[in-house]
Design a protein around this ligand. Structure first.
Ligand SMILES: [Zn+2]
Length: 357
C-alpha cells in the first residue's frame, strides 16, 4: 500500500529541484516547519526525486525506483522516526531495521499516521543502525537517502551523549552518495552541534487548496473522522490551519473534546472555572501544541452549540455561543504568537464566564 500523494509545497519543491539541477543540494538537510504539514512526506518525495531514473520531470512516478519509493519499500530510502524502546536493551542494527520495516509498513498501510506519542524517542540504537546502513553500498539505486522524522526527539537521557556523538560523526562525514534529511517542528530543541551541521529549509503551512486535497484523500478522511473531528469540509479546513496532519493526534483530540465538553456542561460558574482550567491545561506543563488543540476542541464545540441553538429557534443562545467562539478564536490567534498560555487562559476565562452563563 502506498504513501499518501504529496500535495502542495510547490515553492519548496521548486527550490529543491533547482538545487539538484545545479548540483548544489546539501548532503545534510533540515526541513523545519509546524507539525502536521507533511515534512516527512516531503522528505520522502525528495528521496524519490533523487533516486528516480525515469524521464523528466522527475520524479516520474513510473520507474521502478518511483514505484518502490511510493510504496514505502525502496531499499535505499531509510525512514526513521521516534519508536518505543525495544525489549532487548542493546538491539543489533538488524533488530532495529526489522522494527522499522514493521513500523514503516504500519505507516504506509494507509499512508496516514498520527504523531508519535510523547514517550517515544529516537534512540541510540536507531542512530547506530542508521550509521551501519550508511556504511553499506546502495542496494538498488545510485544513492541512499536517510529520512529522520521528528529529529528533535533524539534521546536526551542516559545515553544521549553517545547518540549525539555517533550522529555528529555521520553528519560530519556523510558517506558518498548519501543524503540525510532531518525534519523537525521544534528545531530549537535540536542540539546546536547537530543544527550547525545542517542546511535548514523552512517549510510553510499548506495553502487552502492543498489542505483540501490532503483532507480529501479517502484514507485521510477516514482517519480524521476516526479521530473524532466532525466531517464538515469547511470546519476541517479551518481546524487544520494549514496543517492537516495536526488533526490526527487521536487521543489528544478526543481528550481535548471531552474536556471542552465537560466545561460547557458545567453545573455552575465555579464548576465551569475548574473545568476550564482543566480543559485548557492550566497549571500543567503543557506543550503549546496541546494548548492549541484544546482551543480548537472548544471552538469546534461552540460552533456546534451555535448551530444547534439556531435550529432550536433560540437566537439568544446562538449569539452567546457565537460571542464565546469569537473569544476563543482570538485566544487562538494570540496563542500562535508568543503570548503565555496561562495569561491567555485567565483572560479567556473571564470573558467566557459571562458568555456561557
Ligand atoms: Zn521515476
Amino acid at each position: 500500500m502506498p504513501l499518501l500523494p504529496l500535495h502542495g509545497h510547490d515553492a519548496v519543491r521548486r527550490r529543491l529541484e533547482d538545487a539538484i539541477r545545479r548540483d548544489s543540494l546539501p548532503a545534510s538537510l533540515l526541513l523545519q516547519g509546524p507539525p502536521g504539514i507533511g515534512k516527512q512526506r516531503l522528505a520522502l518525495w525528495l528521496g524519490q526525486r533523487l533516486l528516480c531514473t525515469g524521464p523528466e520531470p522527475r520524479p516520474c512516478g513510473q520507474c521502478q525506483h518511483c514505484r518502490y519509493a511510493q510504496a514505502g519499500t525502496h531499499p535505499d530510502i531509510h525512514w526513521y522516526f521516534p519508536r518505543p524502546r525495544l525489549k532487548d536493551s542493546d538491539p543489533s542494527p538488524e533488530d532495529v531495521e526489522d522494527d522499522f520495516r514493521e513500523a514503516v509498513g504500519e505507516r504506509t498501510r494507509t499512508g496516514v499516521y498520527a504523531p508519535p506519542p510523547p514517550e517515544e524517542a529516537i534512540l541510540i540504537a536507531t542512530i547506530r543502525a542508521m550509521a551501519h546502513a550508511a556504511a553499506l553500498a546502495p542496494a538498488l539505486g545510485a544513492r541512499k537517502v536517510f529520512v529522520l522524522g521528528d529529529a528533535d526527539r533524539l534521546v536526551v537521557r542516559d545515553d544521549s551523549e553517545y547518540a549525539a556523538g555517533a550522529f555528529l560523526k555521520l553528519l560530519e562525514e556523510p558517506p558518498k552518495s548519501a543524503n540525510i534529511i532531518l525534519t523537525s517542528s521544534e528545531p530549537g530543541s535540536l542540539m546546536p552541534t547537530i543544527r550547525s551541521r545542517l542546511v535548514a529549509i523552512r517549510v510553510p503551512p499548506l495553502g487552502a487548496e492543498a489542505v483540501d486535497a490532503v483532507l480529501g484523500e479517502p484514507a485521510m478522511r477516514e482517519a480524521v473522522t476516526a479521530a473524532g473531528v466532525p466531517d464538515r469540509a469547511q470546519e476541517r479546513r479551518r481546524l487544520a490551519a494549514g496543517a492537516p496532519g495536526s488533526l490526527l493526534g487521536r487521543a489528544e483530540w478526543a481528550d481535548a473534546l471531552a474536556r471542552a465538553q465537560r466545561m460547557l456542561d458545567a453545573a455552575d460558574d465555579h464548576d465551569r472555572k475548574t473545568q476550564m482550567r482543566v480543559a485548557l491545561g492550566q497549571g500543567a506543563a503543557k506543550a503549546r501544541g496541546a494548548f492549541s488543540t484544546s482551543l480548537d476542541a472548544l471552538s469546534s464545540l461552540l460552533h456546534e452549540r451555535a448551530r444547534a441553538a439556531l435550529q432550536r429557534g433560540n437566537p439568544a443562545a446562538a449569539r452567546a455561543a457565537a460571542r464565546a467562539l469569537e473569544d476563543v478564536e482570538q485566544a487562538k490567534e494570540r496563542a500562535s504568537g508568543n503570548v503565555n498560555p496561562q495569561l491567555i487562559t485567565s483572560e479567556l476565562l473571564r470573558r467566557l464566564e459571562d458568555q456561557l452563563r
